[in-house]
Ligand binder design. Structure first.
Ligand code: BG6
Length: 494
C-alpha cells in the first residue's frame, strides 16, 4: 500500500486572500486536504489583502465561502480548521505589508511550529506579481539567507505573461529573488485527475503505446468548449482572448502530455524535459502563415443570450477572440504527418473538454458498405462525464454484413465512484510536498509563448481583417471546419 505523503509543517501565505479564486477554489481545496488528513498538524494559512479585515473577519468570510462551495460542515471541525487562518492587511506594493507579514510568520514559527517553511501563493492580478516578488526579496522572505532554516516556495497563477517578452521578463524578475526550484507556475489543467490519467493510460498499459504514433493515428483533436460567456471578467478577458486564456497554457499542456515520449521516471525533471521536447518539435507558425493554421471567432448574440460585444465592460468595437482553433505540426519521428488540432471557445454548444485520437482507415476495405465505415477513435473525456471511450466498427447482427459504430466506455464515476479531488487540491499538496512534476517550468512557458506570439501579433495587426462571428450555442465559426482540410477529418461533435 502506497504511504500517504504529508508535507512538512508550514505556513501558506495567500496574496489576494479576499479575491474570488481564494473563495471559490483555494480555501475549499485546502479544507478537503485538511479533512482528509493530508496537511501537517502545524499548518497555518495567512491571507494578505487590502481589505480592512482582521483575523476574525477573514475567518468569517472563509466560513461563508466553505458553506457556499463545500456545503454544510460539522461546526467544530470547521472552526478548528479556521482557527489556523490569519490575516495581514496591506497593499502588495507597500514594504510595510511585508514587515507585518514577516513578523506574523515568525510568530507562527515560534508559537505554532511552522519551522520557517513558507509557501507564497500569488492569487492576484498579474500586474502585481512583480511587486510581490520584489518585496518578498527585499523583506528577506525568499529564504535565501543562510541563517534561515526552512524552505520557501512561490506559486504563480496564470496568466504568466501576455506574450514572449513579458513572460521572459517575469521569469527574470522571479529568478532575481527565487531559484527555479522554488518557483511553481500553476496550470490547473495539469491537476485534473483525467489529465494525469492520460499518462497512466498510455504508460501503465502496454496495449496502447504501440498505437500511439503516425502509423496508426491520422490526427489528434483537443477541444475545450465552454457554454459560459465572459461572465464578469471582461476587464481581464478582453485583454487576453481565447489564445492566451486557454491555449498557451491548458491546451498546450494537454497536447504535450498526449505527444510526449515516455519519460524515464515520473519526476519533475524527466516529465518536464519530455514536455519541453514536444514544444520544441512544434513547427513555428510564422506571421504570414497564420491564416492557414489558425482561426479565431467571437460569439455574436443568440436566443436569450448577449453577444460578446454586448457583455458588461466589453468595448463595443473589441476584436478579442472568444474562440480559437489551431493546427500544430509536431516535427518528430513519432508524429510526422499527424496534425494536432486544438480548439477552445466560450458560449459554445456545451461545456466539454476532450482529446480525440482518430485512427487511420484500414489500408484495404473488403466490405461493400464502405460509406458507413466510420474511423475508429479514442476519446479521452477530461470533463464532464470523465472517462475514456474507444469507438470502432462492428457488424450489426443479421444475414448481411452491415457495419455500425460501437463504443467501449470507461467512466470514472461508474468505476471508481466517490469524490474526484479538485485540481487545486492536488496542485497545492504537491507544492507543499516540493513536487513540481505537475507545474510548468520557465523554459516550457517561454517556448509556449514563442509559438503563439506570431499568431497574436498577426491577429492584432490593424490589417488582419474581420473576426468571424459565431452564434451562441454553436461549435465555433464556420471557418474552423476548413482548418481540418481533408474530407475525412471532421471536428468531433460537442
Ligand atoms: C481558466 C480560464 O484558466 O480556465 C477561464 O481563465 C476558463 O476563462 C477556465 O473558464 C476553464 O477551466 P475549467 O477547469 O472549467 O475547464
Amino acid at each position: 500500500m502506497l504511504q500517504q505523503r504529508i508535507p512538512d509543517p508550514c505556513a501558506l501565505v495567500i496574496f489576494g486572500a479576499s479575491g474570488d479564486l481564494t473563495r471559490r477554489k483555494l480555501v475549499p481545496a485546502i479544507w478537503h486536504l485538511h479533512h482528509q488528513g493530508r496537511l501537517p498538524q502545524a499548518f497555518h494559512l495567512v491571507g494578505v489583502a487590502r481589505r480592512d479585515w482582521d483575523d476574525d473577519l477573514f475567518r468569517q468570510k472563509m466560513r461563508e465561502s466553505l458553506a457556499e462551495f463545500v456545503g454544510p460542515l460539522d461546526d467544530s471541525a470547521r472552526d478548528a480548521f479556521l482557527a489556523k487562518f490569519h490575516y495581514v492587511r496591506g497593499d502588495p506594493g507597500d514594504p510595510a505589508t511585508y514587515v507585518a507579514l514577516k513578523a506574523r510568520l515568525e510568530i507562527l514559527d515560534r508559537e505554532c511550529g511552522t519551522e520557517g517553511n513558507r509557501c507564497f501563493y500569488c492569487s492576484v492580478p498579474p500586474q502585481i506579481y512583480r511587486d510581490i516578488v520584489e518585496q518578498l526579496g527585499r523583506a528577506g522572505l525568499s529564504c535565501q539567507h543562510r541563517d534561515h532554516h526552512g524552505w520557501c516556495r512561490i506559486i504563480v497563477e496564470k496568466p504568466f505573461g501576455h506574450n514572449y517578452d513579458s513572460a521572459r521578463e517575469l521569469n527574470q524578475a522571479l529568478h532575481s529573488v527565487f531559484t527555479e526550484e522554488q518557483i511553481y507556475r500553476i496550470d490547473h489543467y495539469l491537476g485534473k485527475e483525467t489529465v494525469q490519467n492520460i499518462l497512466v493510460f498510455r504508460l501503465g498499459n502496454s496495449i496502447f503505446e504501440p498505437l500511439w504514433n503516425r502509423r496508426y493515428v491520422d490526427h489528434v483533436q483537443i477541444t475545450a468548449a465552454e457554454s459560459v460567456g465572459v461572465e464578469h471578467r471582461a476587464g481581464y478577458y478582453d485583454q487576453s482572448g481565447a489564445l492566451r486564456d486557454m491555449i498557451q497554457n491548458h491546451l498546450l499542456q494537454v497536447l504535450c502530455v498526449i505527444a510526449m515520449e515516455p519519460p524515464s521516471s515520473f519526476d519533475a525533471e524527466s516529465v518536464r524535459l519530455e514536455k519541453l521536447k514536444v514544444l520544441k518539435a512544434i513547427r513555428p507558425i510564422r506571421i504570414g502563415q497564420v491564416d492557414r493554421y489558425a482561426v479565431r471567432g467571437q460569439y455574436g448574440p443568440g436566443e436569450n443570450a448577449l453577444g460578446y460585444l454586448q457583455e458588461e465592460d466589453v468595448p463595443p468595437n473589441s476584436r478579442t477572440e472568444t474562440f480559437a482553433a489551431l493546427e500544430f505540426t509536431v516535427d518528430n519521428w513519432r508524429w510526422q504527418g499527424v496534425p494536432f488540432y486544438v480548439r477552445t471557445g466560450k458560449r459554445m454548444a456545451k461545456r466539454t473538454s476532450t482529446v480525440t485520437l482518430q485512427f487511420h482507415q484500414p489500408p484495404h476495405l473488403i466490405f461493400a458498405q464502405t460509406d458507413a465505415l466510420a474511423p475508429s477513435t479514442l476519446t479521452i473525456r477530461i470533463q464532464p462525464e470523465e472517462g475514456i471511450s474507444l469507438s470502432f466498427n462492428g457488424k450489426i447482427p443479421g444475414p448481411d454484413v452491415h457495419l455500425g459504430t460501437v463504443n467501449m466506455d470507461f467512466s470514472y464515476a461508474d468505476s471508481f465512484g466517490g469524490r474526484t479531488p479538485e485540481a487545486y487540491e492536488t496542485l497545492i499538496l504537491d507544492c507543499l510536498l516540493g513536487d513540481a512534476t505537475l507545474y510548468s517550468d520557465s523554459d516550457w512557458i517561454e517556448q509556449s509563448w514563442a509559438l503563439l506570439t506570431p499568431i497574436l501579433d498577426a491577429w492584432q495587426a490593424p490589417s488582419s481583417g474581420e473576426v468571424p462571428s459565431y452564434p451562441v450555442g454553436a461549435a465555433g465559426p464556420e471557418e474552423a471546419n476548413e482548418l481540418l482540410g481533408e474530407a475525412w477529418r471532421k471536428w468531433a461533435p460537442l
